[in-house]
Design a protein around this ligand. Structure first.
Ligand SMILES: Cc1cc2nc3c(=O)[nH]c(=O)nc-3n(C[C@H](O)[C@H](O)[C@H](O)COP(=O)(O)OP(=O)(O)OC[C@H]3O[C@@H](n4cnc5c(N)ncnc54)[C@H](O)[C@@H]3O)c2cc1C
Length: 439
């Protein structure tokens, strides 16, 4: 018998999807909420950008909206027993070549938020933390932003724990690949079709599919004959490399409580993204992310070229070309100079995320299909908002989102030229892959 009760099908179990499920079931304990993902939530390896060893959790933003939102999320990380075990308040050490430190300090001031935050002259900063960053590249740097209230989270462990909690509260989890949206003759979205041909239905379909979103919408546009489903220039899938080195016991002791290191790009601070070094995990693994952010533009369906993660089920995330490994060696050099030259890089991963030109999320109804909603586009900074993302997605679903947020995160809005967005994917993966030997 058909029910008039709303039902929610969330595609994607990254931070956007899981946070949405958690907030929905908390606010509406009787609601029917299902998460669908190609990977089990406790799988050994997953493609989600949210699934990672660790992620920076900071409110050090030039944009006051994200600064405020990140403070709200951090308050949950620091106080709620569900989130607290995963947050480490180690601080951040941010080598600034522009005005970032001043913007952040001003934002905290404007928000009336007290924090142990300061802009430190370089000579003084170099000596801090036992001289950990004394050999970093400070060329062109103005000062170092220190925010002792920021830190990092054990990302994968946190994602698993919150998913488990949502399931305990009544959310269902289905592990399957979604091939396309189920679009009715009147254009309404009534569910999704799995790669095996099954149809899952719901009154609300929320795509939290990260980097795969443009491809899924493209496939759905083709199968339904509705061009208005396409993402167009709204969303671009981009990849970034991470690398890890295992420290010996002695070094681990020195690095264990280090702050998260950030460098405004030494190559070109206007258009190069910031790079970073995250404190070691319990397995003594120190992590970096690189400066090359790239698209993978391919012919997804005949005549349609869009950027998408590689077609392999694991996005070929562990197959990292030499040029991208060099990217991590470079990150190591600009943080630790000669000190890090002998460290062996043991793990490399390419992590895929969905980007918008402004770096804003999309949390919005999709204007091309009733019943379809988009909540994703972390644009390389979405993890830290995990505790509160779902609250805003629920507000969007219930049409109570503050107008300025609804506008900022809209599916249809004016978007800035990506030329001056340092995080915008500029390179192409085909130019980075290792040459194949020919006989
Ligand atoms: C290298 C790197 C470092 C980062 N560092 C930080 C950081 O330090 N701090 C921070 O705040 N943010 C960071 N980010 C950004 C952050 O990780 C992302 O913005 C955020 O995790 C995106 O979440 P999501 O839920 O949109 O997507 P994801 O986490 O990618 O989840 C999408 C999910 O959808 C599923 N899915 C997609 N398509 C289908 C389909 N067709 N069928 C079934 N399932 C499907 C996928 O399996 C996946 O589980 C980083 C990102 C990268 C790449």
């Amino acid at each position: 018998m058909a029910s008039n009760k709303p039902s929610y099908l969330i595609v994607g179990a990254g931070v956007f999807g899981v946070s949405t499920a958690y907030h929905l079931i908390t606010e509406h304990p009787d609601a029917s909420v299902t998460i669908v993902d190609r990977d089990a939530f406790d799988a050994y390896s997953r493609v989600a950008a949210s699934w990672d060893w660790n992620k920076a959790v900071r409110a050090d933003y030039d944009d006051i909206v994200y600064c405020q939102l990140a403070i709200e999320a951090q308050d949950v990380f620091k106080s709620d027993p569900l989130w607290k075990p995963y947050f480490h308040e180690t601080g951040v050490y941010w080598i600034c070549r522009g005005e970032h430190a001043q913007y952040v300090i001003n934002n905290y001031r404007k928000l009336g938020r007290k924090a142990d935050i300061s802009a430190v002259p370089i000579d003084e900063a170099r000596k801090m933390y036992g001289g950990l960053f004394e050999d970093a590249d400070y060329a062109g740097a103005k000062e170092v932003l220190l925010n002792k209230t920021s830190g990092w989270a054990a990302a994968g462990d946190c994602l698993r724990a919150v998913t488990r909690k949502a399931l305990d509260l009544g959310v269902k989890y289905v592990t399957t690949e979604i091939a396309s949206l189920q679009i009715e003759n009147d254009g309404r979205c009534s569910g999704v079709k799995t790669a095996k041909g099954a149809v899952l239905t719901a009154s609300h379909v929320i795509l939290c599919t990260g980097a795969f979103t443009p491809k899924l919408l493209e496939l759905s546009a083709v199968s339904s004959g509705r061009n208005e489903l396409r993402a167009g220039s709204r969303i671009v899938a981009g990849g970034i490399t991470t690398g890890m080195a295992t420290l010996d016991e002695e070094l681990y002791k020195k690095f264990a409580t280090m702050p998260v290191g950030f460098q405004e790009n030494p190559t070109d601070p206007r258009t190069g993204p910031f790079i970073g070094s995250l404190p070691p995990t319990a397995d003594r693994e120190l992590k970096w992310w690189g400066q090359t952010i790239f698209k993978n533009t391919r012919e997804v369906v005949p005549g349609r070229f869009i950027s998408a993660p590689p077609a392999e089920p694991d996005y070929a995330q562990w197959k990292v070309p030499g040029k991208l490994k060099e990217d991590i060696r470079y990150a190591n050099r600009v943080f630790y100079g000669d000190k890090g030259a002998a460290w062996k890089m043991e793990k490399h991963r390419i992590c895929w995320d969905a980007f918008t030109t402004s770096g804003d999320f999309i949390i919005s109804p999709h204007s091309g299909s009733k019943g379809l909603y988009i909540a994703t586009c972390g644009s390389f900074h979405g993890f830290k908002f995990f505790p509160v993302l779902g609250k805003y997605v629920v507000q969007m679903l219930e049409k109570s989102l503050a107008p300025e947020l609804a506008e900022k995160w809209a599916w249809d809005r004016e978007r800035p030229d990506p030329a001056l967005n340092p995080e915008w994917p500029r390179a192409e993966m085909k130019d980075l892959i290792d040459p194949v030997a020919t006989l």
